[in-house]
Design a protein around this ligand. Sequence first.
Ligand SMILES: Cc1cc2nc3c(=O)[nH]c(=O)nc-3n(C[C@H](O)[C@H](O)[C@H](O)COP(=O)(O)OP(=O)(O)OC[C@H]3O[C@@H](n4cnc5c(N)ncnc54)[C@H](O)[C@@H]3O)c2cc1C
Length: 434
Amino acid sequence: MTGHYDAIVIGAGIIGSAVGLELSRKGWKTLNIDKLPAAGYGSTSASCAIIRTHYSTLNGTAFSYEGYFYWKDWQAHLGTEDERGLALFNSCGCLIMKTDANDHLKSVLEHQRTVGIPFEEWDTETIKVKMPHMNLNTYGPPKRPGDEGFCEPTDGTIKGAVFFPCAGYISDPQLATHNIQQAAEAAGGRFLFNAEIVEIRKNRNGCVTGVTLKGGKEIDAPVVVNVAGPHSHKINEMAGALADMNISTKALKQEVTHLPMPTENWDEIGVVTSDNDIACYTRPEKGNFLLIGSEDPECDPPEFVDPDNFDENFTEQWTIQAMRTAQRIPALGIPSRTKGVAALYDASDDWIPIYDKSLVPGFYMACGSSGNQFKNASPAGAMMAELIEKVEAGHDHDAEPLEFHMKFTNRTIDVGFYSRRRKINSNSSFSVLG
Ligand SMILES: Cc1cc2nc3c(=O)[nH]c(=O)nc-3n(C[C@H](O)[C@H](O)[C@H](O)COP(=O)(O)OP(=O)(O)OC[C@H]3O[C@@H](n4cnc5c(N)ncnc54)[C@H](O)[C@@H]3O)c2cc1C
C-alpha cells in the first residue's frame, strides 16, 4: 500500500468510504486509511442510522431528502454485490411530536413543503388510535432527576404530531459501510486498515504531499481528505488547517439506551419517533427492543472529551433517557443491566457539518457530522468528490461557492452553507436534529 495515490481519505467510516467511492468513480486513484481493523468500525458502528428529513434548515432538509433516495434503492446506487449481503432500509416512517418548544413544527413543515416531501398531520385522537401504548401528557421542558417535577406531568396534552413516510432506519450501519467499501473497490479504490496517520506532509509551498503512518511509512498524494469523525479536530490541527476556521469540531460523548419494548412486534410494526417534550428520539431494534437517544436538552450538560481517552461506560444519562421515554411509554420496564452504546459525535458549533476545502492547498474536510449525517453519507460523498475535483482544477470555492446539483431531487445546494468559515447558523436546532 505504499506508493502514490491521487487522493488519500483519512477514515473509512460511512462518509469517508462514500468519499472514496465517488472519487474512484471519477477515475481518481484513492486510498482510504483507517486505524481500525475494518470499514465502519468507528462512530459509524454506534450509529442509530435513522433516516429522516426533518431538519431545521431548508438546505439540511433538501440534502437529507436527496440522501433518502440513495437508501431507497441501495443496490442500484452501489451497483455491486457484497458477499455479506446488503444493509436493509426499514422504511417504517417517523413520527414527530408537535410541541410549543418546536413551534408546532411550523418551519420544519414549511421546508418539507418547499422541497416536496410528503407528510401527514395527526391530531391527538389519531395519535391515540395509532399509538395506543403512548401516554400523551406533556412533561416538558425536560428535567433531570433532582429537579423539581422530574417525571411528573405538566397539565397539558400533546396537541398533534407529524408522520413522515419517507423515513426509517438502516438495519446495520457497519454493513452499509462495508457495502460502500466493496463498491469503491470495484471502481478501483483501495482501503488500508490498522494504519494510523500521524503526520500530514507538505512541500515547501505548503501544499499537501501525503501522509506518514505510525511506524514511519510514507504514502504520497497531492490531496488528503479529513473524514476522521470524532478525531477531525486532531487531524485539522495536524494539517495546520485550523487558522481560518470559524466553526470548530469537538468529540462529544453520547449514550444510546437499549431496552425491551413492551409493545409486541414493535420491531416489525414500530416507527421512529422524535419527541422534544421528553427530549428523546427512539427507533425499533431487532428482537423487539427500543433504541433511545437524547435530543440534547439544555438541562443536560454536554460532555466534550478527548476521543483517545474517554470513559466508555454508561452513566446516569442512560437511565435518564430510559425514564424520560417511560413518561411517554408507561409500560416500559427499565432493567438493572444497562445495554446500548456509549460513543462519540463529532459535534460542530452549530450542529451542521463542514464539507469544505481548507487553507492548506490539497487538504479537505468532511467533518462535524454532529450525530446527524449517517443518512447523508452518499450525497456528501458525491458533493465532496465534485468539490475536490473543481478546486483541484483551479476553482476558488471560498470566493465563489460551488453549486452542487442533487441528481435524485433535481435541486441545487449552495455548498457554502457547509463552509468552515460560515457564521454559526442561528436557524439550527443546536441539537442532534441538525
Ligand atoms: C450514538 C450515535 C448515534 C447516531 N445516530 C445517527 C442517526 O440516527 N442518523 C444519522 O444520520 N446519523 C447518526 N449518527 C451520526 C453518524 O453515525 C455519523 O455522522 C457518521 O457515522 C460519521 O461517519 P464518518 O465516516 O464521518 O466518521 P467515523 O465513522 O467516525 O469514521 C472516522 C474514521 O476515522 C478513523 N481515524 C481517525 N483518526 C485517524 C487517524 N489518525 N488515522 C487513521 N484513521 C483515523 C477512525 O478510526 C474512524 O474509523 C450517530 C452517531 C452516533 C455516535
